[in-house]
Each structure stands twice: as C-alpha cells, then as structure tokens.
Ligand binder design. Structure first.
Ligand SMILES: Nc1ncnc2c1ncn2[C@@H]1O[C@H](COP(=O)(O)OP(=O)(O)OP(=O)(O)O)[C@@H](O)[C@H]1O
Ligand SMILES: [Mg+2]
Length: 167
C-alpha cells in the first residue's frame, strides 16, 4: 500500500490521535490534515529547519495530498504531555524545552507558542522531549537582525569614542 492509500484508510476508519484532524497512519506515522496546502508545507518547512538545528521533533516525512486535503506526515511519538510529568522528568523536559527555544531563536525562528504544555511530547523511557505543532512558528530574522544591528552600532559608537581609544 502506498502512503496515500494508508492515509485514506486511516481517515476512513477515523483513527484519530488527540484531535479530530490528526490521524494515526500504520504503526509508525501520524498525518495532520489541512485544507490549505501552504499550511501543510509550513509545518514541513519548520520541522525540517528544526532537524537541521538539532531541535528534537518527530522525524518529518513530507506533505501528501489525498482527496481534497493535504497531510503533513511525521513519526508517531508515544509520549506524554509535559504538564503530566513530575519530579526529575518534569525538570528534564523543562530544560530541554528551554534549550530548544533558545536554539530556534538564535537561528531566527520564533516559535511564538503559548501552548507548550500541549505542543510537546515527552517519552519517559528515553527521557527526551519532542516539539510538535509548528503552526505558529515564524521567521524572526528581521527582529534578530535589528537587535544585532542596534547592538553592533552601539558597540561601534562606543569604540569610536576618542576617550576609549588608547594613545
Ligand atoms: N507526532 C505525533 N505523535 C503523537 N501524537 C501527536 C503527534 N502530533 C500530534 N499529536 C497529538 O495531537 C495533538 C494535536 O496536535 P497539534 O498540536 O499538532 O495540533 P493542533 O494543536 O490542532 O494544531 P494547530 O494549533 O496547528 O491547529 C497533540 O497534542 C498530540 O496529542
Ligand atoms: Mg497544538
């Protein structure tokens, strides 16, 4: 069976995970359903960016059209929400989330997300947190560039101060 056929079957059988538009495809994958192709591509693009940056996400497979819908397909993560953790696992998940957000921001990506409790899954046996749901992610390059440029300008003007230049 092709992946498209597997998606069609999962949808027909109503094999949803978590929400009505997320489908479990076979044992390995999850397919997130979109009306608009650009939204599915948005998720794929940011998932690929995360992989490049070493930010842990479910391995992205691609975007597939089945009928009138577009599906972003990724690995199924058999994890739990961060809010359902306690003790060492909670702290571990928190630290991993913080590290992931810093990596993204430094690369000019703003995850712009207020629902981290639902948009990350933690696999207890691995001790590893996976970010999911890139719907709100956006390029923060202009923002990062302005910050950097302002900082650079202030450092330069500081250095240009004659009092700072040693004779
Ligand atoms: N790769 C995955 N593996 C396992 N479960 C997943 C995966 N992706 C999503 N889920 C489940 O589906 C839920 C919803 O996923 P997601 O956050 O991507 O959708 P959403 O919040 O509806 O997205 P959006 O805000 O873009 O509409 C998750 O909280 C999780 O329970
Ligand atoms: Mg979500």
């Amino acid at each position: 069976m092709t992946l498209e056929e597997q998606i069609r079957e999962a949808v027909a059988e109503g094999k949803t995970v978590g929400k009505p538009h997320i489908f479990r495809v076979g044992s390995k994958y999850v397919a997130k359903q979109f009306h608009e192709p650009f939204l599915a591509s948005h998720d794929l693009r940011y998932a690929n960016a995360a992989v490049r940056l070493g930010v842990r996400v479910p391995e992205p497979l691609g975007v597939y059209q089945v009928g009138k819908f577009h599906y972003f397909v990724m690995d199924f993560i058999d994890g739990v929400y961060r809010d359902d953790l306690s003790g060492e696992d909670w702290v571990n998940a928190f630290n991993q989330l913080e590290e992931a957000i810093f990596k993204l921001l430094r690369a000019g990506i703003d995850p712009n997300d207020s629902e981290w409790s639902q948009n990350s899954l933690y696999i207890v046996s691995e001790g590893q947190l996976y970010l999911i749901d890139y719907g709100h992610w956006q390029s923060a390059e202009h923002w990062a560039w302005n910050l950097w440029a302002n900082y650079f300008r202030s450092v330069r003007s500081h250095m240009a101060n004659p009092e700072m230049i040693e004779n």
